[in-house]
Ligand binder design. Structure first.
Ligand SMILES: [Zn+2]
Length: 104
């Protein structure tokens, strides 16, 4: 099975490591979502993705970056994120098995 995956990757010409750490295509290291994963690994709405991408002050590229933003409450300051966006990120990170702060 692994050989098949390696072969498929070789044929499709995909690089072994993600070239774009933000929203590009990627396979989890070890097959599991981790802090090192790009934001693309989370099931986020287009609205939230655009808010993260378009705010010049927001440099979050990985799941870990997003977790840190949530904990520091800086996520609330991201332009166009809004309370709904924060709740969505919170729910997604919780569902992914990460420890998240209480929303209040
Ligand atoms: Zn991943």
């Amino acid at each position: 099975m692994l050989a098949l995956l390696v072969e498929a990757r070789r044929v499709s010409g995909l690089p072994a490591a993600p070239a774009d750490a933000g929203f590009g295509a990627h396979r989890h290291e070890g097959g599991r979502l981790s802090r090192a994963c790009p934001l693309a690994c989370l099931q986020l709405s287009t609205r939230v993705r655009n808010a993260l991408r378009n705010d010049r002050n927001c440099t979050a590229k990985t799941v870990g970056d997003l977790l840190d933003l949530l904990w520091s409450r800086d996520l609330h300051e991201v332009r166009l994120m809004g309370a709904r966006g924060v709740r969505e990120v919170h729910a997604e990170l919780l569902a992914a098995g990460f420890s998240v702060p209480r929303l209040g």
